[in-house]
Design a protein around this ligand. Structure first.
Ligand code: NAD
Length: 372
């Protein structure tokens, strides 16, 4: 089989996280790179020994013969760059979220439907080790019927806003949930064949100013409540402004026979309770178990991962996400997180921005499968 020629846009930032899994994949190689920052581009081209380096994305697409493009540029470029590749029948794996407006998401779905290539979203939190273990334990039936989940992305990034100014516009310059996919990705995996069909969103007010004394348009904390087609409930907290340590990996899951509480602080444990394993003690109280007692259920890639996985970003999830994606494309299979899964993770956040502007009224979330 010939190797997949991969191009990476945004190599000077997030795109750099994917060179190790691509280069170590037996069926892929980094063929071209792109970044508008010509210094970062030249340095990376040198390090990677890549001949095809482009400051302009369109030139990379036109002048090289790519099978796959990784779109790892700032949020407003995700849709236009993805569409440009899909129109040339080049497979796309785009960073999160998929898009910044419902209208451009419609255009993206149309382009993905018309293309001979596939669209995928690079939602890496689905591949975090504890999240993958919970996915396996849900599949084993330990939770019974799952009906409620919470997830939080609490990641103070006011200073990062100043270094990567697009964040000040697209993440903290808009009210409502502007970054939902790390929270929704794992939750929707656990819920199985389900999607959020309506949302409401409220905020905690404005308590911080940027260095120009402008108040952030986004409220410090926003809470999105979502109801699913199958009557499940989801609560998402997003906070990119409050002064406090991170808690960007926080999840809770409730089922009729089990519950999951992730570690909120760095030295906490991820814990589960399963009816099948524990009866109430003599005082009638249940107790948590460390999820590590159940590692025999971890999916194969997490059983004995090579050192390179641990060395990659986000606890190894960046590596396993890209490997899983390339395995699928090399085999001619649909990508693990395709266009409609990407929409299921992205659209509730975009609709929450309408809800919060509308006094927390409930708004319907479109189903991209129904877009003609
Ligand atoms: N999945 C995750 O865990 C994760 C983590 C960080 C960032 N992200 C996402 O990755 C994307 C990039 O974030 P970042 O932190 O790397 O931002 P960044 O600003 O640090 O880096 C973006 C890079 O893209 C380049 N760039 C900007 N416009 C470009 C264009 N039109 N064409 C080519 N290159 C261009 C910049 O010069 C820069 O090197 C964002 O969408 C963000 O949401 C995801």
């Amino acid at each position: 089989m010939s190797e997949l020629a991969v191009g990476i846009a945004g190599i000077g930032g997030r795109g750099g996280s994917f060179t190790a899994p691509i280069e170590s994949h037996p069926a892929a190689r980094v063929h071209a790179i792109c970044d508008t920052d010509t210094d970062a581009l030249a340095t990376t081209a040198d390090t990677l020994n890549v001949d095809h380096a482009y400051p302009a994305y369109e030139s990379m697409l036109e002048e090289t013969d790519l099978d796959v493009v990784v779109v790892a540029t700032p949020m407003p470029f995700h849709v236009p760059q993805s569409i440009a590749a899909l129109e040339r029948d080049v497979h796309v794996i785009s960073e999160v979220p998929a898009g910044v407006s419902i209208e451009e998401c419609r255009d993206l779905v149309a382009a993905a439907t018309a293309s001979a290539a596939t669209y995928a979203m690079a939602e890496n939190y689905v591949y975090h080790r504890p999240n993958q273990l919970v996915t396996a334990l849900v599949a084993e039936g330990f939770f019974g019927e799952v009906y409620y989940a919470e997830a939080e992305y609490i990641h103070e990034l006011k200073r990062l806003n100043e270094r990567t100014r697009w964040r000040r516009t697209w993440q903290t310059g808009v009210d409502g949930n502007t970054y939902p996919t790390h929270s929704l990705g794992p939750v929707l995996e656990w819920f199985g064949d389900d999607r959020i069909e309506r949302v409401t969103c409220a905020g905690s007010g404005h308590h911080y100013q940027d260095p120009r004394d402008d108040t952030y348009e986004q409220q410090d904390t926003t809470v999105l409540l979502g109801e699913t087609e199958h009557d499940r409930l989801v609560k998402l907290r997003l906070d990119m402004l409050s002064e406090r340590p991170h808690a960007a990996n926080n999840y809770q899951l409730q089922g009729s026979a089990g519950a999951y509480e992730s570690a909120r602080a760095a030295d906490d444990r991820n814990t589960v309770w399963f009816e099948a394993f524990e009866a109430a003690d003599s005082s009638g109280e249940y107790s948590w178990r460390d999820i590590e007692e159940f590692t025999e259920y971890l999916p194969e890639p997490w059983q004995n991962p090579p050192k390179a996985v641990w060395e990659a970003g986000h606890g190894g999830s960046d590596f396993l996400m890209m490997t899983d994606y390339l395995d699928a494309i090399a085999a001619g299979d649909p990508p693990p997180i395709g266009i409609h899964e990407a929409m299921d993770m992205t659209l509730p956040g975009l609709v929450s921005q309408m809800s919060i502007a509308d006094g927390a009224a409930w708004h319907a979330v479109p189903d991209s499968r129904e877009w003609g």
